[in-house]
Ligand binder design. Structure first.
Ligand code: ADP
Ligand code: ASP
Ligand code: MG
Length: 857
């Protein structure tokens, strides 16, 4: 899609423009004024001919049906309230979107009329006491007609020429109200006749979805979700290049995301596969939506209305992802299994055929047919609500056989669900069914009936409704569909790392991960910087990482190195939707990244921080971050924020977990300050110590960031918060002389010797008292500080040298002599080691969860 708005053309267009696309907007994409505005903007910005097909505003079809149901049960007041709600909702939306004037007046008049008719129809239904499907269709048709009118008016304002075209004029159906089947050739001809002139005039037709007209002229609907079908019918009729269905999901997922939390986006599927998924009730597409375009070159794209620059799922005649025999699972609930059984059936000709003739005569929609291998029974599933009719019709048809006991019984078992396992690659891949049923058996799930589609592109099975969700999860797991695509033998769960920031620490980490050679199944799949991202679902090779690192050193940004330039939050959402397994976002920036981290946690990432800022900001933002990590299976770890690779946070947790109470944590946590202050205490000039710290890579490029004490203060605050402190951040002792604060770096370094004498005096004074200077942080549940202090030369802190860190825990158990953790506390390698430790511990806890789940089975 390009961003260039297309101006209404003055010249007639070729109505058979090969660029034609049909865009369908679902209810969620038309939920409120901002959403409709967004849809209108997308449409206006598209370069090329379009037909728009609109669903009712989100929730409106349900509302209208509820009003009708209220009317039939005599609750006319309730029906009246619903009519008023319908009126108000549409009036509010129209008022918000269309400025006062003739266009708005026309729209308001149409809305008023629709609501009035609706109310009157409800009254009539109340009198009759029942609602015929025919009347119901007439009632709910208002939803689509109003939303299409509103959308057309909104797009019209966005300077794209539009024309409302009522679907009744060209979608021809049978008279099966509530779920009419389109009459294809009539529909195609009429659609061309009605829409081509509009396109030829350079305008965009806006069509209400879901509705059509029966041969007698009455209004019909195509069944719930029918707007998808309207869109594919129009696309086929006009020979469009593609259909885009904008939805509130990222695309077609491996399973219903409401049932399977780690359902993943399927990037590409064959028409046939999508048709199976839709047929088996995945709500994402109308069950018959693929019929008009299957076998054509028309592609269908299910795309995210929320992240409109993401590609979503492409459904086309292409075959991809060959290595994944199973791509998706679908589930139909509220099913009944109807069984025709009898020993006498064996070998009797035509029972099956007659069974389905009888069902068909009632126009019942059978979803799956099961036949036991013994041939002594034949069964099928259909919606529970239709079971009685099916049984009655069958009993009539087999009256004689029942009388002569050729057939023993015809029964319906309610409360069932059918699960379909779908994938083109199942053809010829041995053992798929065995894996499905082993997974189910392991879960103690009782499979009531099994059917393998003759195409071998699906296996479906019926289970009780209570076991259905668990069944779907088990099968999803066994094919590892959470990694898009399953089909491979189950391997140990991988942990996919995305690096936010790719500086010194990021590189050291990437290198450590690579040199662990896939140990613990950790790998780097993505890099993010402020310019964009690079994503490689199978892992970025060590070579590529090294290459990227050296080019980044030379100043390039990821967007220049083959990365995609999109905002970080979108990049994360994209990665989350694509094939990442137990993803971990590692923040090695030194920016304020809280919002992004929360978004990552919301997208299913665990987060590992070396960056201190998100934990050392104001209390609210800290608390929100913790809250975000407390949801679901995502975790937040930040060992490397204090003491680099030293186990400081870890030690705290171990103490707390074993029932000890930590009263005070104090020590030296800044490698740079430690180095500088200890060198000065040992007699080195201050300026020389600072220069050495910079040269050795301990300090930040501008050493004032360390000398100011800000970094140490952040660490102190992180520790204090761990102990339950909720107060303000400490004001650290600042070692940068005030007069040198605002100088450029060069000037600062050049003038630093000016303070050497002051330092020498102070060091000598303390030495006389048997003390040395140290930069010490201290944290308790009630207070926190970061100070330059004089400590006894013989104390553990006084004896520290170099860049070593030392943290002492004073606890209930360690009250006389604190528990001390000490070691190297600065440098890219040790920091990366601290991060890697967190990543491994996440991988381990994920594995423990998997094992625990297996043990539960
Ligand atoms: P529209 O707004 O276009 O009518 P729907 O609400 O009908 O969209 O379809 C999207 C819904 O389908 C999602 O809310 C999702 O919960 C559900 N769904 C069920 N199965 C799937 C699947 N396999 N992939 C994506 N969404 C699914
Ligand atoms: N509005 C109708 C429904 O809710 C049709 C559709 O959205 O596709 O089912
Ligand atoms: Mg739908």
């Amino acid at each position: 899609m390009t961003a260039r708005p297309s101006r209404p053309s003055r010249h007639p267009r070729d109505p058979r423009d090969p660029r034609l696309e049909v865009w369908k907007f679902g209810g969620a994409s038309l939920a409120d004024p901002p959403a409709i505005e967004k849809a209108a903007r997308l449409i206006a910005a598209h370069d090329g001919p379009l037909v728009i097909v609109a669903s009712a505003l989100g929730g409106v079809t349900d509302l209208l049906l509820a009003g009708a149901a209220a009317a039939t049960t005599g609750k006319s007041a309730e029906a009246g309230r619903i009519a008023a709600q319908f009126l108000r909702r549409h009036r509010d939306v129209a008022r918000a979107l269309i400025p006062a004037g003739p266009a708005r007046r026309r729209l308001m008049a149409a809305i008023d009329a629709a609501a009035r008719e609706y109310r009157e129809l409800c009254i009539a239904i109340g009198v009759l006491g029942h609602i015929a499907p025919r009347a119901s269709d007439l009632l709910v048709s208002r939803g689509e007609r109003m939303s299409a009118s509103i959308l057309a008016a909104t797009v019209g304002r966005a300077r794209r020429k539009v024309e409302y075209a009522d679907a009744l004029d060209f979608i021809a159906t049978d008279a099966h109200y509530g779920g009419a089947a389109p009459h294809l050739s009539h529909t195609f001809r009429q659609t061309r006749q009605r829409l081509r002139p509009i396109l030829a005039a350079g305008a965009t037709p806006v069509v209400p979805g879901f509705i059509g007209r029966a041969p007698d002229g009455s209004l019909t609907t195509l069944g719930r979700g029918g707007t998808d079908l309207t869109a594919t019918l129009v696309a086929r009729a006009l020979g469009a290049r593609r259909v885009v269905c904008w939805k509130d999901v990222p695309g077609i997922l491996t399973a219903d995301p409401r049932l399977v939390v780690d359902a993943r986006l399927i990037p590409q599927m064959h028409h046939r596969e999508a048709a199976e998924v839709a047929h088996y009730g995945a709500k994402v597409l109308h069950p018959r939506a693929l019929i008009p375009i299957a076998g054509t070159r028309i592609t269908l794209h299910v795309r995210s209305f929320i992240n409109t620059d993401q590609p979503g799922t492409e459904v086309s005649a292409r075959r991809s992802l060959h290595e994944y025999p199973v791509k998706a699972l679908a589930i139909v609930k509220n099913q009944a299994i109807v069984t025709v059984a009898g020993k006498g059936m064996v070998g009797v000709h035509g029972i099956a055929a007659r069974t389905f003739v009888a069902v068909d005569a009632e126009r019942l929609s059978v979803s799956t047919i099961f036949q036991a291998s013994s041939e002594s029974s034949i069964g099928f599933t259909l919606p529970e609500a239709e079971a009685d009719r099916a049984v009655a019709s069958l009993k009539k048809a087999f009256r004689d056989e029942l009388a002569s006991a050729l057939i023993d019984n015809i029964t319906a078992r309610r409360g069932m669900a059918v699960v379909a396992v779908v994938g083109d690659g199942m053809v010829g891949a041995p053992g798929i069914a065995a894996r499905v049923f082993t997974a189910l058996a392991d879960g103690g799930i009782n499979v009531v009936a099994i059917a393998q589609g003759s195409s071998e592109r699906n296996i479906s099975f019926a289970v009780t409704a209570e076991q259905a969700t668990e069944a779907v999860r088990r099968v999803h797991d066994v094919f590892q569909l959470s990694k898009i695509g399953g089909g491979r033998a189950p391997a140990a769960p991988r942990t996919d790392v995305v690096l936010l920031g790719f500086g010194r620490v990021g590189r050291a980490l990437a290198d450590q991960i690579a040199s662990a050679n896939g140990h613990a199944m950790v790998r780097v799949v993505g890099l993010l910087d402020r310019s964009g991202y690079i994503f490689e679902p199978r892992g970025i090779s060590r070579r590529r990482l090294t290459d990227l690192a050296s080019r980044k050193d030379a100043g390039a940004l990821l967007a220049d190195l083959g990365g995609r330039a999109v905002p970080s939050a979108d990049a994360l959402a994209f990665m989350a939707g694509h094939a990442v397994s137990r993803p971990v976002l590692v923040d090695v920036t030194s920016e304020e990244t809280s919002d992004l981290l929360r978004a990552a946690l919301g997208n299913g990432f665990s987060v590992v921080l070396a960056n201190k800022k998100p934990l050392a900001g104001n209390w609210n933002s800290y608390e929100q971050l913790l809250a975000a990590s407390a949801n679901g299976n995502c975790e937040l770890k930040y060992e490397a924020t204090v003491g680099a690779g030293l186990p400081i946070i870890d030690t705290y947790h171990k103490l707390a977990e074993t029932g000890d109470r930590v009263r005070r944590v104090e020590g030296c946590v800044s490698g740079t300050l430690m180095y500088v202050v200890s060198a000065v205490s040992a007699g080195k000039p201050f300026s020389q110590a600072v220069r050495e710290a910079v040269d050795k890579g301990y300090a930040e490029p501008d050493p004032r960031d360390d000398l100011s004490g800000r970094d140490a203060a952040r660490k102190a605050l992180i520790l204090a918060r761990l102990l339950g402190y909720r107060g303000a951040a400490p004001t650290p002792d600042d070692l940068v002389p005030r007069r040198l604060k605002n100088l450029p770096l060069d000037g600062f370094m050049a003038r630093l010797p000016e303070v050497d004498a002051e330092w020498r005096t102070r060091v000598e004074q303390e030495a006389a008292k048997g003390r040395v200077l140290r930069y010490v942080v201290s944290a308790t549940p009630r207070g926190v500080s970061a100070r330059l202090a004089a400590v006894p030369t013989t104390s553990p802190i006084g004896a520290l040298q170099g860049t070593r860190n030392l943290i002492a825990f004073t606890t209930r158990r360690y009250s006389n002599e604190p528990l001390v953790v000490s070691g190297p506390g600065a440098g890219a390698q040790v920091t990366a080691a601290g991060i890697l430790n967190d990543i491994y511990s996440l991988a381990q806890s994920a594995r423990r969860r998997v094992l625990a789940a297996e043990a539960d089975r």
